[in-house]
Design a protein around this ligand. Structure first.
Ligand code: DC
Length: 238
């Protein structure tokens, strides 16, 4: 069967990554969490006191950053590794959420991350979630989804996620962070958050995770079957 790229973009905490992860597992595809990459860069910058206004320091730091994804067979979870160290827990903390939009708006950071993401998806067979996947990283993705959800519902979901990780935060602080990130992500000059003209919009406000996953899988199956009928094969499938 031909393999495709599935791009899932949208606002913070719409359920992109949980959906993308399960879609990838069901299709036997790789899952790339591009937000985790920007969060890892933010962690490195924070640990090494990289001034966000110093282009040389940023370029030097980017040279020293190596991000990989590791599947932990014991826990069954995906882990983000920064220079070989598991940073999965650390990058989800609020102090990273508070700086990540600023860090990811820096053009040099974006060029470096986009190049790596394009390399990771070169062979197709990936589900990638982020903000600019359908517009910048894979404008030729065979399936593009743009997720939205009511901001208060997103904040509530995020609050539960943070609680599960042991961070207790008020709804107002979370909502403020989400809206601020949406604003910065949508208004930056390089790779702003936009719905690609050929993306299909999904409002997840009142959907369960299973419904979201089934919806994407159905679209993916249709796309793959239509490519198959048209005789589109990737060389690695032959
Ligand atoms: O998906 P997330 O909330 O973990 O992403 C964290 C931040 O990273 C988000 O506020 C914007 C940025 N990001 C981005 O600019 N481009 C992407 N492709 C993915 C995330």
């Amino acid at each position: 069967m031909p393999k495709i790229v599935i791009a899932i973009d949208g606002y913070s905490s719409c359920g992109k990554s949980t959906t993308a992860k399960q879609v990838a597992a069901r299709l036997g595809y790789a899952y790339i969490d591009t937000g985790a990459m920007y969060r890892s860069v933010s962690l490195f910058f924070s640990q090494h006191h990289v001034a966000l206004t110093n282009p040389k320091a940023i370029l030097d730091a980017l040279q020293q950053i190596h991000i990989t994804f590791n599947h932990n067979a014991r826990t069954g979870r995906n882990e983000t590794c920064l220079n070989g160290l598991n940073v999965e827990e650390e990058i989800r903390k609020m102090y990273i959420s508070n700086i990540v939009s600023e860090v990811s708006a820096i053009p040099e950071v974006r060029y470096a991350m986009v190049a790596q993401q394009q390399k990771m998806g070169r062979k197709r067979g990936v589900v990638m979630d982020g903000r600019d996947i359908g517009t910048q990283v894979f404008p030729d993705a065979e399936l593009k989804i743009f997720m939205t959800a009511d901001p208060t519902i997103r904040a509530q979901r995020r609050q539960i996620e943070l609680l599960e990780r042991g961070e207790m935060l008020g709804l107002d602080a979370i909502l403020e962070n989400l809206l601020k990130r949406d604003y910065i992500d949508s208004n930056r000059s390089e790779g702003p958050l936009r719905k690609a003209h050929d993306a299909i919009e999904l409002d997840t406000s009142f959907m369960t995770l299973d419904e979201q996953v089934d919806w994407v899988i159905q679209l993916a199956d249709e796309k793959i079957a239509s490519l198959h009928r048209k005789g589109h094969f990737n060389p690695q499938d032959a």
